[in-house]
Design a protein. Structure first.
Lengths: 155, 155
DNA sequence: AAATAATAGTTGCAATGACATCCTATCTTA
DNA sequence: TAAGATAGGATGTCATTGCAACTATTATTT
């Protein structure tokens, strides 16, 4: 009842990260709905666009996402007709991923939507602050992924 | 430092936010497993600890989390015996939330686990950088939650 | 050459979280 | 006071994501 502040009193990066993540999910889902691309698939689409012929394994490693999540996202993108799988002739274990015609057509639109969200998200930050934030987030990501890797080794 | 193979080539805050969020979820889940508290519940536990007698609605607003998500998290915390619901005698619509004995006992342990993760996540950042990152994340959260609110109004 | 190990990908299950919808209690207003 | 509006909360459904376990293919070892 007494919400004197709209903002959470969370002075830890984890809470900010979590809240920003959830809000970005909502915005991305809404923006990409016309193309039937969910918040869980666009990263894969954009990465394949930059590196056609990439394998699912390489995608998972580059995006630091579990390979089973990758498999499911690719399946959806394939079902929507944006991505095409091709078995690597030199090693049948690999699926090589390519964009289809409509995949290539939708990429610029998705990019525009993402740019719009990014632009609105950095209101009130100058270029220097923005770059600094990216650098700090990168460092934080290195730290947490290092922690996760260390945990995995222990098991 | 610059290991292209492991780090994603993502120069957008959204991707960093997403990756950090997912990794933090993994770490928190692992750390809090002994107490049977999931990554989706600890925020509620800690917030109730700071503001006993808070309602679910106020919790949702403070944490910027959907009220149905709050309801489910509280139910789990109640099932584990950490939180107690009490109907507000002055307005029977409200559930006032309090910690139980074991809730009060577990809070310091959860806090310690979170502090440990936070500490390891900011390796390589001095206090000034850390504070700056918090401020920038706060600004970004304001921006995205403003966008979400604006979207809701349009509907 | 056969057995074993390692790797890429898939499937099933569970947790997180949002949205739509409904129920119930309280407040407004006619 | 009765009818409708409002608000807190619960439930069902769906998307995202990770883990365990599995299949299939390739590499290695004996």
């Amino acid at each position: 009842m007494n919400n004197e502040t709209i903002m959470p009193s969370c002075e830890s990066p984890g809470r900010y990260i979590s809240a920003i993540y959830r809000h970005l999910q909502i915005l991305i889902t809404a923006q990409l709905q016309p193309y039937r691309i969910g918040s869980g698939q666009y990263i894969f689409l954009m990465t394949i666009a930059k590196k056609e012929g990439i394998s699912q394994k390489a995608l998972s490693e580059e995006l630091l996402i579990d390979k089973t999540t990758t498999a499911k996202a690719i399946r959806k993108l394939e079902a929507e007709g944006y991505v095409r799988r091709e078995t690597d002739p030199t090693d049948n274990r690999y699926n090589l991923l390519y964009l289809t015609q409509s995949g290539r057509a939708v990429v610029p639109k998705v990019q525009a939507a993402l740019n719009d969200i990014s632009r609105k998200s950095r209101v009130g930050m100058d270029d220097e602050e923005y770059e600094l934030m990216l650098a700090l987030l990168k460092k934080m990501l290195c730290n947490v992924s290092e922690q996760v890797r260390r945990r995995e080794k222990e098991l």
